[in-house]
Design a protein around this ligand. Sequence first.
Ligand SMILES: [Fe+2]
Ligand SMILES: [Fe+2]
Length: 317
Amino acid sequence: MKTQQATLTVNSSKQNSNLFSRWNETSWIRSKPMREDSIIGLPFSPNLVPLASHQAIAQDNQLWMTVLAYRLLAHLQFTTLLELNHVNPICSALAQGKAPVYLNLRQRNDALKIYCDEGGHALFVELFSTQVKQTFFLENSVLGLPIFEKVIENIIAENQTQLSSDLIKLFFVTISETLVTKVLKQVPHDPKVATVVKNVIGDHAADEALHGAYFNELFPILWNGISPLEKQEMVKVLPRLVWAFLGPDYDVEYNVLKALGFSEIDAKGILQEVYIPNEIASNVKQAANPTLRMFEKAGVFEVHGAFQIFADYQLIS
Ligand SMILES: [Fe+2]
Ligand SMILES: [Fe+2]
């Protein structure tokens, strides 16, 4: 992973050296058990599943429960793919000093701790997925690839001559690690949701708070380490990475509706009724707010045309 500019040294004085000082006591992999209880209660928060509110689903209790369970399974599958295919390859590079910025030993070892955390997340999520599938009679193959995988592939293909794929992946991980989804924020505190689900997602959320702080510190250093030309191109990619992570995944939901017996026309109609474009944009903008502030602090909006590009994606107004 090399950019056109010379590598930069992370200013240690600005880094919070205590981020991982209690990692042994607080991280799941070092201190918490595998969550193995039965699923008693709802598999997911209904208010985070727009599909579940549609009349065609809500009127049939079994269908409603299956839709909630598929939303949980999609979240678990999303997590495994994100950790194994994206976050950990980047943490491995950071830990080995292969990033386009210089990291000191503590910073590299912190990346290695995140690598261990993410491996743990993939493990407990995969083991729990098996239980979810058995409990609700679900098929993994119904879901298909999450949208973020397809968006990143497209961005890499479209930018082959302007940006290296390593750099795009590094920025995607840095951004996704600073974005906290509503799922991680709300599900662990929803009294209607099964305790084991709340614990699994809560364990993950607790670790991610620390990862967010680490990557929040890393972002300005990465941004200042790329060339003006790379900044000009990357600024067009950043809003798409935010949407890939926070926006709804219509394909996965369509696949679920088809698997539940809805026709192509009905499935598309239901999705159109439950997803209102302005509401979606406002939710994404709200969830992206801390990351947008991080962009602003790092100087992203100083790039010519950046403000308009983000406005076009409805992330600022
Ligand atoms: Fe994670
Ligand atoms: Fe993480």
